[in-house]
Design a protein around this ligand. Structure first.
Ligand code: CMX
Length: 474
């Protein structure tokens, strides 16, 4: 059973710092760091013991298909914060999405009063404990206190050429903030390995804290006159303040943003954005370098960019049928889907590298739509697409999973609240993903995970292997 934790942060931090020979940091107004210092030693010891006692045991085999085919499903990395089941979908520290909605505090207070707060999710991902509302609020306040951008970042975003993709801007802005990296500066001074976790922690909270203003600046400079929708407001939570700076003040949109950040945060370690952050971080590149790299992976159309592609596809469907004077029906959607497939393109928002059923992140967005926008025409269109597409893709006979993924629904919800700039959608995915990959990056350093370096082979090596092992290895 998981228990909410109450601590006297200041006292316990100082005491623990002394006990572990670690210098006390002044920045723990939320008590999160103190809690991590309490739980870290046991987790470090458990992993060390597991490696010593069971390190030689085999957990998986690799086929030639997997070797050529993008390493699908090979168990080869440690990822603490979430685990994906192909049928059930994602669990964050053991909790499904409906369980998170049931247990994590909302902005209004109790879990059933609204969507879960991302700050509460971050606490859960890091500590493996459901935080209290007071702890989530304290973390909101600590993030606000860390949110000031380095002076050169805003002018840089303002100077980006019109037409630069918002994801390119996001990745560049995160890189530019690296001048503030505690990890990089402490490493350069010769810090001890035993303190890597602490420098990573500082960078993690600082970069997460700064994302809302960076992303709001990108949005307002790319599509408007460059003036933020509202000044930074520390009296709000992370999501509420972010939405106001974007210029989208509807409380319904802030609720959507909370849910959106939570469900996009983590999807175990093998997906491209998560794996990239982990890989780059394993070289001891600091969290800014690692997160920027992660965002570049997310920017690909087979990954996070699919949410922008989905809305483009849906609007293309609507316009094409309108121009032809054809009604939107299951049959006309089916015909349009086949045109896409016959043109050698994929149906964005459908299929998944690991999932084999409807993505629960899709389902919870659908529930949100049923509650807040049941009569919206684009939502109805998404529903009709959902009715026909698994059948179309099954007949097409290629994809291993004909069901919708997370990206299939998100654009419609955003558009309902007046967010018409689709090529910005992946930036919002990026804010969510940053929570998950940074939380794991913290544990990568806390557990001293090594440089990642899988083995590759040439096709000639494979040919020789097959010659010498006609039946493969047992
Ligand atoms: N439409 C048409 N064809 C599809 C398809 C789709 N939605 N999904 C998979 N296929 C095809 C693949 O392109 C592949 O074809 P080839 O054999 O010609 O190369 C074949 O089906 C087998 O693919 P798979 O094993 O089922 O899927 P993969 O693990 O290779 O790829 C993914 C997974 C997500 C890239 C793929 O399903 C896809 O391209 N989907 C559309 C893009 C999308 O929605 N991406 C977002 C995923 C979620 C996220 O990361 O954000």
């Amino acid at each position: 059973m998981k228990l909410a934790f109450k601590s006297n942060a200041t006292l316990s931090l100082r005491g623990l710092a002394q006990r572990h020979g670690v210098r006390a940091m002044s920045t723990d107004s939320s008590g999160l760091k103190a809690r991590l210092m309490e739980i870290m030693p046991a987790k470090q010891a458990a992993l060390k013991a597991m490696k010593k006692d069971h390190g030689h045991k085999i957990v998986d085999k690799v086929t030639i298909d997997q070797l050529i085919g993008g390493a699908r499903s090979i168990k080869s990395m440690l990822w603490e914060t979430s685990l994906l089941d192909p049928v059930e979908g994602i669990r964050f520290r053991g909790y499904t999405i409906p369980e998170l909605q049931e247990k994590l505090p909302s902005y209004a207070g109790p879990a059933d009063a609204g969507e879960p707060m991302p700050e509460a999710l971050l606490w859960l991902l890091l500590c493996d404990e459901i935080p209290t509302k007071a702890q989530a609020d304290a973390l909101s306040a600590e993030l606000h206190a860390r949110a000031k951008l380095p002076d050169h970042v805003e002018p840089m975003i303002r100077a980006f050429p019109k037409g630069m993709h918002p994801m390119t801007q996001l990745s560049s802005a995160i890189l530019a903030m690296q001048t503030d990296s505690v990890f990089a500066s402490e490493y350069a001074k010769g810090t001890s390995k035993a303190l890597y976790w602490e420098h990573t922690y500082e960078d993690m909270l600082n970069v997460l804290a700064r994302l809302p203003e960076v992303c709001a600046l990108i949005y307002r400079c790319t599509y408007f006159d460059g003036k933020l929708g509202a000044p930074y407001d520390k009296s709000l939570d992370y999501s509420g303040n972010f939405c106001q700076m974007l210029g989208l003040n509807d409380p319904g949109f802030a609720e959507l943003m909370r849910l959106y950040i939570v469900i996009h945060s983590d999807h175990e370690g093998g997906n491209a954005s998560a794996h990239t952050c982990h890989l780059v971080g394993s070289t001891l590149s600091d969290p800014y370098l690692s997160l920027s790299a992660s965002m570049n992976a997310l920017a690909g159309p087979l990954h996070g960019l699919a949410n922008q592609e989905v809305l483009g596809w849906l609007l293309g469907l609507q316009n094409t049928l309108k121009e032809k004077g054809v009604e939107v029906t299951p049959q006309s959607i089916t015909d349009f889907a086949w045109e896409t497939l016959k043109a050698g393109k994929v149906i964005p928002g459908y299929g998944h590298a690991v999932l084999r059923k409807t993505d629960p992140r899709y389902t919870c967005q659908r529930e949100f739509a049923l509650k807040h926008l049941p009569d919206y025409d684009l939502f109805k269109l998404v529903n009709t697409v959902y009715e026909v597409m698994p059948g179309v893709l099954t007949d097409h006979g290629k994809t291993k999973n004909p069901y919708p993924n997370v990206d299939s629904h998100s654009g419609v919800l955003l558009k309902y609240y007046g967010f018409d700039q689709y090529d910005y959608y992946t930036v919002l995915f990026g804010v969510g993903r940053a929570y998950g990959v940074c939380a794991q990056l913290f544990w990568d350093r806390a557990l001293s995970l090594p440089l990642e370096r899988p083995k590759s082979v040439t096709s000639e090596w494979l040919e020789n292997f097959i010659k010498n092992n006609p039946e493969g290895l047992n």
